[in-house]
Design a protein around this ligand. Sequence first.
Ligand code: TPP
Ligand code: MG
Length: 769
Amino acid sequence: MAVDRAPLLDRKLLDGLAALEGRARPPLRDLDASIRPGSRPGSRPGSRPGSRPGSRPGSRLSARAAIALFDAQAGSRHLDLAARALRARGDGFYTIGSSGHEGNAAVAAALRPTDPAFLHYRSGAFFLARAHQVPGQTPLLDVLLGVCASADDPIAGGRHKVFGSLPLAIPPQTSTIASHLHKAVGAAVALDRAARLGAAVTPPPDAIVACSFGDASANHSTATGAINAAAWTAFQHLPVPILFVCEDNGIGISVRTPAGWIAASYRDRPGLHYVWADGLDLPHAYDAACAAVEHVRATRRPAFLHLRTVRLLGHAGSDVEQSYRGLAEIEADEAADPVLATARLLVESGARTAAEVRWQYEELRARVAALADEAARRPRLQSAAEVIAPLAPRTPEAIAVEAARPAPAAARAALWDDKLPELERPGHLAVHINRALGDLLAKYPELIAFGEDVARKGGVYNVTAELSRRAGVGRVFNTLLDEQSILGLAIGAGQLGLLPIPEIQYLAYLHNAEDQLRGEAASLQFFSAGRYRNPMVVRIAGYGYQKGFGGHFHNDNSVAVLRDIPGLVIASPARGDDAAAMLRTCVAAAKVDGAVCVFLEPIALYMTRDVHEPGDGLWTSAYDPAAHAPLGAARRYGDGADVLLVSFANGAWMSLRALRRLEREHGISGRVLDLRWLAPLPVDDLVREACAVGRVLVVDETRRSGGVSEAVIAALVDRGFTGRIARVASEDSYIPLGAAASHVLVSEADIERAALALCGARPLASVAP
Ligand SMILES: Cc1ncc(C[n+]2csc(CCOP(=O)(O)OP(=O)(O)O)c2C)c(N)n1
Ligand SMILES: [Mg+2]
C-alpha cells in the first residue's frame, strides 16, 4: 500500500521545530519582525558589512530577509499540502508541488521583480517571494484559484494551473519540458536589441531574464538548444542577459540523473558562467544566486545557476514514489527539507524563536486553508465560449484600420533610397514580399525579421534581398541554425513588445520545431486569459513543384500540423499583389490582436510571371503600398457556371490554366476560388460560390490525409451544401527527387480529368443555389 507522505512530511517539520525549542539564541534586538511588501529582501550589494543583522556570518542574506523568505518557503509548502487536500475532496485538480524546491525563493530574492521570469512548475516559493516584493499581491489565493481551476484565477482564468502574473513579470508556462527556455533566450536577446533600436518594451533596460527547469529537463533538446543559442550569442559578444536556473533534485519522475551530470555538462561551457548553489541552505543559495544575477546584469552574458534541491512528496500527488525509490532514499531527502533548514537558521541565528517560527508556520497553514475554501467556492469556466474566448481574439475593423495606416513617407524614402517600389514595373511574388517587408520595416520601428540566411544572402530565394542593408543588421539578421531557437526568439521578442517576422527556410524544417508554435506561441493568450501575447508572422517557404530542385525537404506539402493549431492564422498567397496585401494584414493582426500568423509562401511561384502563355505576364502586378486583404477572404477568378475549382497557392495557378483548357477544349465554363487563407478558412465565400455553381472540385496540392481539402469539404457539408463535390489531392507520400515528384503531386491533367467527370464530360446547365 502506498503511503501518502504529505502528513508525514508535515509531522517531521513540526517535530523538527519542536526540537529547536530551547536552542534559540536571544532574539536580535533591532530586527523589525514585520516584513512589509515592497521591502528589499537582502542586503544590497555594496552595503556595509554588519550594517544589518545577518542570517549567518559571511552571508549577504540579512536576518530580516531570511524571515521573509521563510514565509515564502513555508507558504509554498502549505500550498502543496492544501492542493492535495483539495484534490482529495474533489475541489482541486493539480498536485505537482514545489516541496523540496523552496530554495528557489532565494533566486527570486536575488532578482528584481521586473526581471521577466519563465518558471519551472516547482516555483511556489519563488512566486511567493517575488510577490512579497510587489505591493498589493494576493499570491496564496491566486495559486489556489489555479489549483481549483477557477475562472477567477488571475492568470490563466481556470484553463491550467500555472505560475504566472502580469504585475510580477512571470509569463505563465505549461509543463512541456523546458520548451519555455527558447522564448526566455529570445526575450533576453530581444531586451538589449530593443534598447538599441529605441523600441519601447515593457521591462526596464537593465532587466535580465530568468528561467528555471529541472535536471531531467536539462537533457531535452529544447533545453540544450536554448542554452546553446544563448552561449552561441554570447560567444560573439552579443548581449544575452539570461539566468538559467537548473533545479537539480537528481530525478525526473522515476529516472535518475547520473550523479554529477549537470555540473559536468555545464560547468565549462564557452560563453556560459556556471555557479553552484545549495538550495537546501538559504544563505548559500542567496549568495550564489546574487553572484549569478550580478554577473548577468553587469556583463549582459548568460549564467547557469545549478541549484541543488530535493524532491519531496513524489513527482505529483498521483505518483507512487515508493514503487521506484527505496524508503531510505526518500527519508534522506525528507531529512534535508529546506523549509526546516531555514527554520533552523532563523532560530540558531536568533532572528526568531522556535515558538515564533512555529507560530508563523501554523498561521500560514490556517490562512492557506481558509483561502483554499474560498478558492473552492469561486466560479469555474461554464461554457466552450468562455473557455475559448481569449484564444485568438479578432477585431477585423481595427486590423483593417491598422493595415491601411501608411508607413511614414520619410521612412519609406529613406529605406528605399528614394526609389519607391510602386514605381517599379509589375513584379512577381518574391519581389512583392520583399517590398512589403521593406515597407513594414519602415512602418514599424519595433519590427525585426530574422532566420537562417536572411541577411546578406537575402534568403535562399532572394525574398529578403537587401533588407538587412536597408533596415540595418539590428533589424534584419541571421540566426543560428536551429528552428526552435528562431521561433523562441520570435516568442520572446513578441512578448516584450517587438513585432517579429521569423523565417523558416523550408516548410519541412518547421516540423522539428513545431511545438514552439503549437504548445508555446499559439497557446499563450489562452493560458494567460489574454494578459500575455506574442504577436508574430512566421514566414515559411513551402509546397512542391520546384523545377529542377527537389527532394522531400525542399518540396514539402504537409500542412496538417498547422491546420489544427487553435487560433493560428495561416495565410497562403499565390501571387504578388495578394502576398503584399495579406502580409500587411497579418502584421496588423499581430499588432492589434496579438495574432500568431503563419505566412506560407509557394516557392514554385516566387519567380512565376506568366499563367497561360510565356510572356503573358498575368502573374505579375504593380506594387500597391496601400493594399490590404481582409483576414479569411477568398479571391475569385471568372464567373463561369459549370464548375467551381476551389484551391490555393500552386493549385490556384494550375486551376486557372486547367480551366482555360476546359473552356477552350470542352466548352466548360467555370470559376476559380483562391482561398488565400487556410485558417480561418473563407467559408462564407466558399459556400456562396459553391451554391452559385453547384459543382465543386477541390484542388488540393497538400496531402490527401490531413490536407486542406478535408477542411474545405467538411465546411461545405457543415453548411448544408447539397451540390456535387469532388477533389484531387496529392498522394500520401513524401515528395521524391526529380521528375518522379509529378507522380505524387496533383497535376493540371488531374484537375481537367476530375472536372470533366464532375461535369459529366460535357457542359451541364447550371444548378440553382
Ligand atoms: C516534452 C515532454 N516530455 C515528457 C513530459 C513528461 N514529464 C513531465 S515532468 C517530467 C520529469 C521532469 O523532471 P525534471 O526536469 O528533473 O523536473 P522535476 O520534476 O524533477 O522537478 C516528465 C518526463 C513532458 N511534460 N514534456
Ligand atoms: Mg528533477
